[in-house]
Design a protein around this ligand. Sequence first.
Ligand SMILES: C[S@@+](CC[C@H](N)C(=O)[O-])C[C@H]1O[C@@H](n2cnc3c(N)ncnc32)[C@H](O)[C@@H]1O
Length: 434
Amino acid sequence: MILNKNKHYTATVEKVLPFGNGALTLEGKTILVPNVLVGEVIRFKLIRLEKKKGIGKCIKIIKEAPERVKAPCVIASRCGGCQIQHLSIDGQLARKLNLLKEQLPKDTAIEIIKSENETHYRNKIQLSFQNNKDGFVCGLNKTNSNEVIDMKSCLIVNENINEVLVSLREWMSTLPSSTPLAHLVIRHSNKNEIMVGLIVSSSTFREKNSFVSAIKTNANVKSILLNINPTSNETILGPTTNLLYGKETISDTCLGLYYPISLNTFVQNNPVMTETIYTYVGELIKPLKPTLVWDLYCGIGILTQYLAKFSTTTLGVELVKESIKNATLSSKDNECKNVSFVSQDVKEFLGQTQDTPQVVVLDPPRKGCDKDVLASLIEKKIDTIVYISCSPQSLGRDSKIIIESGYTIESVKAFDCFTHTIHVETVVCFKLAS
Ligand SMILES: C[S@@+](CC[C@H](N)C(=O)[O-])C[C@H]1O[C@@H](n2cnc3c(N)ncnc32)[C@H](O)[C@@H]1O
């Protein structure tokens, strides 16, 4: 059989890849199809064909997998935000557990903790605009495409964020097509404060006043910012941000610790599960009674401050200056006296410091730790390394290096902070073998 683009084929899904696409083999080519499950017999349209692989779009599921459910969100099969809404919650947890088992040493005991909220758990949404023939749309990119899927509301973000989307859409419908809209960021705090950041691609944006009037009708909106990003690369925020309304930051709390949220600082997305994870990390560290704990990749330093309850001193290290500024401010407000913060690349910091803590907490971005970072920590013979990871793949790679250097895994706990998506947060506690 010769495969042709735009033709329909029937096949069985062989596996689901870590990033959510189903994979099947046809005529020696791997065809990726989103929104399907292992064992399902599907009819699909071949929408892209390359030498060794292709992309298909599922037209019909001829035989459904037992764990298939009706996706609760109407745009789930097109929007790239949630990749596995069509999988039951138990199926999602089993899938995440299996991904971790594939990455960590055989027979490692892994527990996975269910999310306390399966919907409306996120405190942040980041959307893109696109100018189509019928006017502007605002949403997330379609799976495997640059097309923006128009979003009226989102199943996994806080309901207060969805209310702002209603006002935004009304405003959007009044705009001339030349308006240089690029992205929108909305953040919510547990004090019910909302920050709205509009990112435009040019300083010629003239609709500032109408934007503010439309958005501030929502009483929870306490901060409206305008960011200008003339580049079309993958970075959402440009270098210039101007305050249009209210205050520069909104306030939040985690485990009783106050912190400010800025437009450009990293904050954990699922606040309820963040408290569960931080509490667990505290339980791992408390019995060790350390004198010094390093919290590397500390972001806004709330975990650093929480861990200061269990250590004589803690030090947080983070690249983004604004995050360290916020960490320093909040540690004063929280009267947390035994913490300090350094704004530096973790690799550089490790290359310069002479200190050796008993415990290091690592929470790197999705790509994991630089090899030199792991080498420096291994050389220092740190007793306990607590690795918090949002990527089973980079966790697997880094764990192998840590284990080969004389550490053993004491415990692994995963947390389903990102229900309906492929993502999972995992805490691994490594101990230096004596
Ligand atoms: C997954 S976040 C963790 C933040 C924090 N631990 C928390 O719980 O909110 C990763 C953080 O690493 C920071 N980061 C990324 N690369 C870095 C580097 N090379 N050196 C220091 N910090 C870095 C990012 O800015 C981000 O704040």
